[in-house]
Design a protein around this ligand. Structure first.
Ligand code: TTP
Ligand code: MG
Ligand code: MG
Length: 451
């Protein structure tokens, strides 16, 4: 392990909710909950003001409404968050060629590789400047951890939340990790956490006490060995900009074409399970699930679906593959099937999967036909669903605003912009011709100017 804390981990604070607050001045300092508003909707995230009431990610929306009835409830705007994410990742890439994004709001940076830092002091300076730049460019805050390894840098940024910087001094790692929950360690999700708890292991210290042999007995060779090393704070994983392994996939060719739809479904499940096994063996998880089908006439097509966070969960990969299969015509018979996972990461965000699996409507679905241009399906929006809570609109007379609510043939709009004060609310008929859907405005006027 290196001797200076030059691995940086950044994670934006209450990302979706903060983006909404920056976009809508009337919501700043208020409880904001972003998530699916449908009957099975869950919370994507809550502003820190809403967390005070106990609202958190992956909680059913109905429960959030009971806890925080006066919060603002908004539908996620992934395109908007992605554009902010690109600005943030751009700032990170200016620091080092080795930037490893884990999700829209989170990445590792190897400061040493970019020459941006070589010891604790220079690392601290780079981190302070980064946080200032992020604020200037996006108007949002991010928390930063600095340490000598990826695992510890991530733990540090968690401790720094919200809007802070924490440096873990090399040498102090083991004492710090000892009393922490096993769930702090990478690769320990709810399932592994439960498994360890049943064996009487709840803290990192207890992993060390149990010993490597016991861990291997409980979790298998690769996982047990890896986790034991993490518990000792041994983490040599490099920050990788471009993963060498771009995807993990398995496929089978059949001697006789399969015609039976049920059998095709079972084969796809089996392949999904095998693929997950390979993924786990490699200690990876991935965001994009790919289904490959070669038909009786050798026409081959692939379908893919991108989840909001990386998964290595068998049920999630199975479900995604089954959904993708639904859209494929196999009536003539199939001669080859494959299931793959790409968009690989070595961290999983397990609460994301449950949500991704539940809320199909909000999953980014992409369709790739071999030999054709990449095309993304766009669904027609029904007229009555045009005014989505939280989305931006423009009125010919009153200018830019956002939908505060709609129903009974009316839509309520609050007219404000990121650099205005809190705005006024007006109500219109849903079919008012002066009102149209608008793109989000940049959070900081001038965007990247000066950076
Ligand atoms: P996180 O970084 O986990 O959470 P956060 O940024 O909202 O809050 P924190 O300050 O604790 O980092 O996730 C980033 C975004 O990903 C989050 O704003 C919304 C989305 N997300 C989901 O959609 N579902 C989830 O279950 C989680 C955890 C996050
Ligand atoms: Mg975050
Ligand atoms: Mg995050």
């Amino acid at each position: 392990m290196r001797s200076a804390p030059t691995i940086l981990h950044l994670d934006m604070d209450a990302f979706f909710a903060s983006a909404e607050q920056a976009s809508k001045p009337s919501l700043r300092g208020k409880a904001v909950v972003v998530g699916g508003l449908g009957p099975r909707g869950v919370v994507a995230t809550a502003s820190y003001e809403a967390r005070v009431f106990g609202v958190h990610s992956a909680m059913p929306m109905a429960q959030a409404r009971r806890l925080a009835p006066n919060a603002a409830y908004l539908v996620p705007r992934f395109g908007f968050y992605r554009s902010i994410s690109e600005q943030v990742m751009g700032l990170l890439r200016a620091l080092s060629p080795l930037v490893e994004p884990l999700s829209l709001d989170e990445a590792f940076v190897d400061l040493e590789a970019g020459g941006a830092a070589w010891d604790e002091e220079s690392a601290r300076l780079a981190a302070v400047k980064l946080r200032t730049d992020i604020r200037a460019v996006t108007g949002l805050t991010g928390s930063v951890g600095l340490a000598a390894s990826k695992m510890l840098a991530k733990i540090a940024s968690e401790q720094a939340k919200p809007d802070g910087l924490v440096v873990i001094d090399p040498g102090s790692e083991r004492a710090m990790l000892g009393p922490m929950s096993v769930r702090t360690l990478p690769g320990v999700g709810p399932a592994t956490g439960d498994h360890l708890r049943r064996a009487g292991i709840t803290t990192v210290e207890e992993i060390v006490e149990a010993g490597e042999d016991e861990l291997v007995r409980l979790l298998g060779k690769a996982h047990g060995h890896g986790l034991y090393a993490m518990a000792l704070a041994h983490d040599e994983r490099p920050v990788v900009a471009e993963r060498e392994t771009k995807s993990v996939s398995v496929e089978d060719t059949y001697d006789v074409d399969i015609h039976d739809r049920v059998r095709v479904g079972l084969e796809v499940q089996r392949l999904a399970d095998r693929c997950v096994r390979r993924l786990r063996e490699a200690g990876l998880s991935g965001r994009t699930i790919v289904l490959k089908v070669r038909r009786y006439d050798f026409s081959t097509l692939t379908r893919s679906e991108t989840l909001r966070g990386p998964t290595d969960d068998q049920a999630v990969v199975r479900e995604a593959a089954a959904r993708l299969l639904e859209a494929v015509d196999t009536t003539g018979g199939v001669r080859l099937l494959g299931v793959g996972v790409s968009g690989l990461a070595d961290y999983t965000q397990e609460d994301l999967f449950a949500q991704a699996a539940e809320e199909r409507a909000e999953v980014d679905a992409g369709v790739v036909e071999e030999g054709e241009d990449r095309s993304v399906e766009v669904r027609e929006e029904p007229a009555e669903r045009r005014w989505v809570a939280g989305h931006d609109v423009r009125h010919e007379e009153f200018g830019h605003g956002w939908v505060q609510g709609s129903g009974l043939g009316r839509v309520t709009v609050r007219f404000e912009t990121p650099d205005s004060g809190p705005g006024r609310v007006r109500t219109f008929r849903v079919e008012d011709p002066a009102l149209s859907v608008a793109e989000p405005l940049p959070l900081v006027s001038g965007g990247l100017a000066g950076v």
